[in-house]
Design a protein around this ligand. Sequence first.
Ligand code: HEM
Length: 248
Amino acid sequence: MTALERPPRAPRMHLGSEAQPPTGKYQWIYLWELPIRVMHWTAAVAIVVLATTGLYIGKPFFMTGGEASSHYLMGWVRFLHFSAAAVLVTTGIVRVYWLFAGNRFERLAALFPIRPRDWANMVKQVKYYLMIKPGDAPQYLGHNPLQQLSYTGIYALTAVMVVTGFAMYGQSNPDGMFYRLFQWLVPLLGGIQIVRFIHHVSTWIFLIFIPIHVYLAMRGDVMERSGTISSIISGGRFVRSDVKYVDE
Ligand code: HEM
């Protein structure tokens, strides 16, 4: 073999190589209405701000010189944390309202895996994600059962953050509304340090969830070729017309 003759390259393997090619008839379906899309991205930004400022509050990893009163660094970081907390709570109120006012893909029954059929399909969905049976995923227009379970979990985790956060926030003013509303939690959990610990550990669960969530959204785009990521911007995605969907 001369220097100019190279050995043939191995076929390029990529994640989507086993997925069906994007042929056939597709139709665009509208899933996520404007309040859900706006709420999703607002909450995403708020959570990034809360995690960053929160980790700084817990362990201030850098400091500026001079008197604290002159730069007020921790004060501003706490202000940012509490402002983002207010934004997050607002998105939570919108989400709860939309559990009842939203379309059938956004309502309570579609978000929480409450139907037996969804529990049965969850096993198949896990095998699909683990590439054990890549061709056997139950087809859903809205959230598949594993998404239902993980989003229920992330909303529950957000609720934990909100109540533990407000329990800590209330401590600064025992005459205030937040103290009266959330103080019951402190003895229940065994003291303010436990409240703080749960708030801190839950942050790491968020930080683990985020890359998995982004990976699965990108994976859905590549494997199903349906525009999953753009659906949370445009509201809809492409689905094959010749497939029977569980939640049609
Ligand atoms: C309504 C929602 C929330 C409220 C009211 C809230 C409130 C608070 C308060 C009062 C503190 C203590 C601040 C201090 O001691 O000066 C705190 C600390 C913290 N927050 Fe939040 N928070 C909320 C949501 C979140 C979220 C969503 C995250 C992360 C994704 C987060 C991450 C943290 C962390 C890491 C700390 C430091 C804990 C430590 O001391 O190690 N918070 N938060």
